[in-house]
Design a protein around this ligand. Structure first.
Ligand SMILES: Nc1ncnc2c1ncn2[C@@H]1O[C@H](COP(=O)(O)OP(=O)(O)OP(=O)(O)O)[C@@H](O)[C@H]1O
Ligand SMILES: [Mg+2]
Length: 242
């Protein structure tokens, strides 16, 4: 946690028309960390992820990545800086096969690593290997989620943004996906910033976390601190463990 953060979001406000979805957000993610963002529906979590990727752009404040101000860069230039996103709702290419989706993720810059990277993704998600010629749109929800994460990894990201990786998935698949994220972080030092409805699982996985309410960060701390925090427990962890 020394040195400048890999990602620094400072005073960011993002609007949809004249509706302010982010009302001055400060968030930092350091190299090698897993940081999660939790909060109720409509709090602005996805908007923050999308603002980091440049669409929509922040109206005020700044997004600094690896020392560079990316606030006004177009999305494709941000992607080339090795920020990869697995967006909410997966957004894989439904008519393309699993393999073609992974090729799209790799982009032109990484084609020389393609076979080695694809083997890594298949090692992590053997199901994708079995289904490499199947069209994305016919995969099950869990398989599509694996493909979405796999596709993001093919970009060889310095920062992986995951928006609700567990959405709609069975507990066993969620467990597998969270284990895969942890493994990448531990073994490859991958930095991860994730949004999760499943607050219990996210906080357990994360080094640090932020809580968002109505476009603002209201709390932050280590995953363990927030797990123990009575307000967090009441608002996000009631209803038992997941
Ligand atoms: N394209 C859009 N146009 C107008 N308003 C939008 C748009 N996208 C999001 N919003 C609004 O911005 C606010 C924040 O939405 P956002 O999707 O960031 O929330 P979220 O925290 O990701 O919620 P969820 O947990 O339901 O995914 C909401 O009030 C939402 O209705
Ligand atoms: Mg969302």
């Amino acid at each position: 946690m020394t040195g400048q953060p890999l990602l620094k979001v400072q005073g960011v406000e993002t609007y949809y028309g004249n509706i302010r979805a982010l009302a001055g957000i400060d968030v930092e993610v350091h190299r090698g960390e897993i940081v999660s963002l939790i909060g109720a529906n409509g709090a602005g979590k996805s908007t923050l992820m999308m603002t980091i990727c440049g669409s929509p752009q922040a109206r005020t404040g700044s997004v600094i990545f690896d020392g560079q101000d990316i606030t006004r860069l177009p999305t494709h230039e941000i992607a080339r800086l090795r920020i990869a996103q697995s967006p909410e709702g997966r957004r894989i290419f439904p008519r393309m096969t699993v393999m073609e989706n992974l090729q799209m993720g790799a982009g032109l810059d990484n084609l020389k690593y393609f076979s080695q990277d694809v083997e890594k993704v298949f090692a992590m998600f053997p199901r994708l290997k079995e289904r490499q010629t199947q069209r994305g749109g016919t995969l099950s929800g869990g398989e599509q989620q694996m493909l979405s994460i796999g596709r993001a990894l093919m970009a060889r990201p310095k920062l992986l943004l995951l928006d609700e990786p567990s959405l709609g998935l069975a507990p066993l698949i969620v467990k597998g996906i969270f284990e895969a994220i942890k493994k990448l972080n531990k073994e490859e030092g991958l930095t991860v910033f994730l949004v999760e409805q499943n607050a219990f699982a996210a906080l357990r996985l994360s080094d640090r976390a932020y809580v968002m309410v109505n476009g603002k960060v209201t709390m932050s701390g280590s995953g363990m601190e927030l797990l123990a925090n009575p307000e967090v427990r009441a608002a996000y962890l009631e209803g038992g463990r997941h």
